[in-house]
Design a protein around this ligand. Structure first.
Ligand code: GDP
Ligand code: MG
Length: 304
């Protein structure tokens, strides 16, 4: 096994990024990928994971996938999402566990570590946000974490400032197996873009309404219209299960839905590299989370 690629030899692989919400997964992937973000058409068996970026370094292609949040499963959809996240992790060449140094070992992280141990998955520990924490506290946290699970390596980084991220990137490059690139560059198709767009909106809802509205939301991209000037109009429906939830999503005088739309639109425009007009509609559909078709679209298992 040689670490230095000979001419003509390509490497490629998947890096799964695990971690509680807000630990900095997206910030990290954006930094590692740099300006070059491609959205690709995931093959059917990988639609359960969201490809957030592809980094190309020389002859190496690294595909980053964000796994659906790993949290305590309560209802069917929660279980399906958790199941999908773990299957994605098992399929990846490298699993990164991102921990927020300012939060340390919270319940979400404990749960993820327990899941790694249970499945005998060896992750790479990434302690993020070191710009916010004293060195001595960091060492304590690293020791605590390493006492709970065996990690292939430990990196301390700031995804925000870029501190330590070059070393992490170098490590990832060296861990990608030899093989043809997994995705052609700049491949764009519209079906996965729809799913991706829906996921971006769902993520915003989750982030902005974290406490008030846990998981009882689905987003569907209903219409996708490309215009000659390069812009795109996207119409999405946000399904909630009760009228009270509809009010929460809409917010005081529409302020919440406006903020969700603005953030989702900005993220989608950045990923697509084009102007996006995003229209969100909120509908009450008590039983959406029991519909099989919804799971199929997302590549999720219904009966888990
Ligand atoms: P995700 O939910 O795990 O994808 O987290 P995000 O990437 O969306 O980041 C959540 C918040 O943490 C955002 O406000 C980021 O700007 C912030 N953040 C991410 N990485 C760092 C870091 O290294 N240092 C600091 N201070 N903030 C960070
Ligand atoms: Mg994110």
């Amino acid at each position: 096994m040689s670490e230095s690629p000979s001419p003509g030899i390509t490497r490629s692989g998947f890096v799964a990024v695990l971690g509680a919400p807000n630990v900095g997964k997206s910030t990290l992937v954006n930094r590692l990928v740099g300006a070059k973000v491609s959205i690709v058409s995931p093959k059917v068996q990988t639609t359960r994971t969201r490809i957030t970026g592809i980094a190309v370094r020389g002859a190496t292609q690294i595909v980053f996938v964000d796994l659906p949040g790993v949290f305590a499963p309560r209802r069917r959809l929660d279980r399906a999402m958790v199941d999908a996240a773990w299957r994605g992790a098992a399929d990846a060449d490298v699993v990164l566990l991102v921990i927020d140094a300012t939060r340390g070992l919270d319940d979400d992280s404990e749960r993820i570590i327990a899941g790694l141990v249970e499945r005998k998955l060896e992750a790479v520990l990434v302690i993020n946000k070191i710009d916010q924490v004293k060195r001595t506290a960091l060492l304590g946290l690293a020791a605590d974490l390493n006492a709970r699970a065996t990690f292939a390596a430990t990196f301390m980084i700031s995804a925000l400032t870029g501190d330590g991220t070059a070393e992490l990137m170098q490590y990832l490059e060296s861990r990608m197996p030899e093989g043809p690139w997994l995705y052609p560059e700049d491949q764009l198709t519209d079906l996965p873009e729809r799913l991706l767009a829906a996921e971006i909106t769902r993520e915003q809802i989750f982030m902005q309404l974290h406490q008030e509205l846990p998981y009882s939301v689905a987003v569907e991209t209903e219409k996708w219209e490309d215009f000659a000037d390069g812009s795109v109009r996207v119409d999405q429906v946000i399904y909630v299960q009760r009228e009270g939830q509809r009010k929460i999503v809409i917010g005081e005088k529409g302020s919440r839905i406006k903020a969700i739309g603005a953030a989702a639109r900005a993220e989608l425009a950045r990923l697509l590299g084009r102007k996006v007009h995003l229209f969100l509609h909120v509908k009450v559909a008590p039983d959406w989370s029991e519909k099989r078709a919804f799971y199929r679209d997302w590549g999720l298992e219904y009966d888990v």
